[in-house]
Design a protein around this ligand. Structure first.
Ligand SMILES: [Cu+2]
Length: 143
């Protein structure tokens, strides 16, 4: 009888542990990460994909950009087209940078809140070849 009750005790302990672990899991998910819209973007000679990228105003966006053929760069205007830089920025960056460097096959996260509706131009900012100057894209923030 003793080995049997030991097994029962172990099963009971395992069950209690499982219930405790499950009860905690909904709170283990960080709420900050849950409301970020992650968009995967690839960069290659001489285009970004997708482009245009469309998001809703008020969204926290994380662009996960991967250069697939060689090093590239990512530079985006924080002001919508047609608005000069005297106004409020329409994209609020977690850590602003003039030019994000993209190493080949190393995804880079660019995070911001898309505050003001409009069209935001972005382009490659690391010289990558003959048509580097035409490597451009657009982020469209819709109301
Ligand atoms: Cu380039």
């Amino acid at each position: 009888m003793r080995p049997h009750s030991l097994v029962l005790a172990l099963m009971g302990a395992t069950l209690a542990f499982t219930i405790t672990t499950n009860a905690k899991s909904p709170y283990a998910v960080p709420s900050a990460a849950a409301d970020v819209q992650v968009i995967n973007v690839t960069a290659k000679k001489y285009e970004f994909n997708p482009s245009p990228i469309q998001v809703k105003a008020g969204t926290r966006v994380q662009l996960r950009i991967t250069a697939t053929d060689r090093a590239h760069g990512f530079k985006i205007s924080e002001f919508p087209e047609g608005v000069d830089d005297h106004g409020k920025p329409g994209l609020i960056f977690s850590s602003p940078q003039d030019c994000w460097k993209l190493e080949k096959n190393q995804p880079l996260a660019v995070e911001f809140v898309a505050q003001i509706p409009g069209t935001y131009a972005f382009k490659c900012c690391v010289h990558c070849g003959l048509h580097h100057g035409s490597m451009k894209g657009e982020l469209i923030v819709v109301p």
